[in-house]
Design a protein. Structure first.
Length: 321
């Protein structure tokens, strides 16, 4: 089956994580959808941003056989002193080159799934969900971009009696959030930066719609004990992890907004994606940025707690001081 087949009514998925404890309540299976309207400078899923399947070459797996070069009828695969290069403007997306690569060094990131097959795949872990109070999370990329598919997928998961979570940056059409709303138990909702210009600088877009959507969501979910909203802020050194930004988000959340929120998670910067950027031949500004120290992360936690009390928590890896 070629990844470009079966597009109709399908969702474009680029990854699965099973047994994760970072994507909502309990132990979960997370499905990652491709495509994102933001372009966060620190994103640990850079392969998620392009809303199409894409070829990815891994140097350390390549045996230099040139099968891919000889397979491509369009001359879109070329070998030079830096390895295998794909001319994306010439590529016709037939994926023959990836299919024929003997060690699988050339892969297609992004596969189309129909709702039933994806739900069956995600529900394979359902026996663990009960024991570990988990469920299925949809993340990405930005899952709300594929909201029609996500609505049908989450509906299936709910019909199977399982808990659901949506991991979202908040930038999407109101009708998209309306559509998924009935089938989401926990919204993992990012507020990355409070200052509009800083938001544009680091993500490429304003945060106005994100904040408006959050207020709408809190009002809609208000008083419903079955809907949970977790705010998430990645702690990115020099960008979001500044006293000023955490203070501003804290001020925005306290009071009325806070009543609708179960927790505010501060997610420590991670650099595990270094290799992904290298594979994609992309420079990454955070390549040499180390993990945050525990003390530093705690400093931001204390600021957050001034505004939201014990609802503020830390997550992610930190380095020992
Ligand atoms: C990859 S995003 C996908 C969901 C959605 N697009 C969003 O941004 O909320 C999942 C989470 O990872 C966080 N994140 C992205 N890159 C990160 C990094 N390098 N370190 C820590 N958290 C990061 C995001 O802020 C978000 O909370
Ligand atoms: S996907 Fe097809 S057209 Fe594109 S580079 Fe590979 S073989 Fe060539
Ligand atoms: S077919 Fe695979 S192993 Fe052979 S040169 Fe191409 S990428 Fe490398
Ligand atoms: S919104 Fe999420 S997926 Fe999109 S670039 Fe930012 S962190 Fe990455």
């Amino acid at each position: 089956m070629k990844p470009s087949d079966y597009k109709k009514d399908c969702g474009l998925v680029f990854d699965f994580h099973r047994g994760t404890t970072h994507d909502g309540p309990g132990m979960r299976t997370t499905v990652f959808l491709k495509g994102c309207p933001l372009h966060c400078a620190w994103c640990h899923n850079p392969e998620s941003i392009d809303p199409h399947p894409a070829l990815q070459w891994t140097e350390r797996e390549c045996i230099g056989c040139r099968t891919c070069v000889n397979t491509c009828q369009f001359g879109a695969v070329q070998a030079d002193e830096e390895g295998i290069q794909i001319r994306r403007d010439w590529c016709q997306e037939c994926y023959q080159c990836a299919e024929k690569c003997p060690p699988g060094a050339l892969k297609v990131v992004g596969t189309y799934w129909d709702v039933d097959s994806l739900a069956a795949e995600a529900l394979k872990d359902s026996m663990f969900f009960e024991d570990f109070e988990g469920g299925v999370t949809v993340s990405g990329g930005e899952p709300i971009l594929q909201y029609r598919f996500v609505t049908e997928f989450l509906k299936k998961i709910k019909e199977a009696g399982q808990n659901t979570a949506l991991d979202t940056c908040g930038l999407g059409l109101r009708e998209a959030y309306e559509s998924v709303y009935p089938y989401v138990d926990t919204f993992l909702y990012d507020i990355k930066l409070m200052d509009k210009n800083e938001h544009i600088r680091y993500t490429g877009m304003s945060n106005q719609l994100i904040l408006n959507n959050l207020i709408w969501l809190i009002q809609k979910a208000g008083g419903d004990p079955d809907k949970k909203i977790w705010i998430r802020t990645p702690l990115i050194p020099g960008a979001t992890a500044t006293e000023e930004n955490i203070e501003k988000i804290g001020k925005f959340l306290k009071g009325e907004v806070l009543k609708g929120i179960e927790r505010w998670e501060l997610c420590a910067f991670n650099n595990v994606c270094k290799d992904k950027y290298r594979k994609m031949h992309l420079e990454w500004d955070y390549r040499d940025t180390p993990l945050m120290t525990e003390d530093n992360a705690n400093r931001f936690l204390q600021i957050a707690r001034k505004y939201v009390g014990e609802k503020a928590v830390l997550s992610g890896l930190t380095a020992k001081d």
